[in-house]
Design a protein around this ligand. Structure first.
Ligand SMILES: [Zn+2]
Length: 213
């Protein structure tokens, strides 16, 4: 749709690969399995939000994840005079999340994420990007997934309250297939007129192509 897509995981990998100052800072946390601090996550994301991209529109994927990150993003957008159009919340039931997460494999070298059913690597057990070995993190065993979801739930509740308070929260039913969730998202984007950068014909064609797949 001609809209840029930035995900935290992807940007982390890019910065680490480039050995940039930001990438080296991120690496210090990631290699030790520690949570990257909010201020650093915000820095990695916002330094890519150029005026050109901001004018065209951007989807921030998996960011912000905490109220701290949300506040950092707000401060940046306020300075850039480009307020947030909306925070889209893909709301999934716990059983759907457990089913999706339990097939996950992660590259031990570069952190790329795969799924045995929905996003398998070209060669089983081997990373497409760097050839590293794929592992199932202890985090992704079903029992620990359930524990983690309970913790995530508490955190996201605060984030949802933050955006609800700003009247920019848009929940979407994220259950079912990817195509179903995509169709629901498109309906929301059209209703809110977030796709002004491209023509309506293109949206319908893209949507139809996605749904057919
Ligand atoms: Zn890899």
């Amino acid at each position: 749709m001609g809209i840029a897509h930035l995900s935290t995981g992807e940007l982390f990998r890019q910065e680490m690969k480039r050995r940039s100052a930001l990438g080296r800072s991120v690496e210090r946390y990631v290699t030790h399995g520690r949570l990257v601090p909010d201020a650093l996550v915000v820095k990695v994301m916002t330094h890519r939000l150029t005026p050109g991209l901001l004018a065209r529109g951007i989807v921030l994927d998996g960011f912000p994840r905490t109220v701290g990150q949300a506040k950092g993003l707000d401060a940046f957008l306020k300075k850039a005079k480009r307020p947030l159009d909306g925070a889209v919340y893909l709301d999934c039931s716990a059983s759907v999340l457990v089913a999706r997460l339990s097939g996950r494999q992660v590259c031990g070298r570069c952190g790329a994420i795969y799924h045995v059913r929905r996003m398998p690597p070209k060669r089983s057990g081997v990373c497409d990007h760097c050839g590293g070995t794929l592992v199932v993190r202890p985090d992704d065993q079903v029992a620990t997934i359930k524990k983690r979801l309970a913790i995530d739930h508490a955190e996201s509740k605060q984030l949802l309250a933050y955006y609800r308070g700003q009247r920019v929260l848009f929940p979407i039913n994220g259950n079912g297939t990817g195509a179903q969730a995509f169709a629901r998202a498109m309906k929301l984007f059209r209703r809110e007129d977030w796709l002004a950068a491209t023509g309506p014909e293109l949206h319908d064609a893209t949507l139809a192509a996605r749904v057919r797949r």
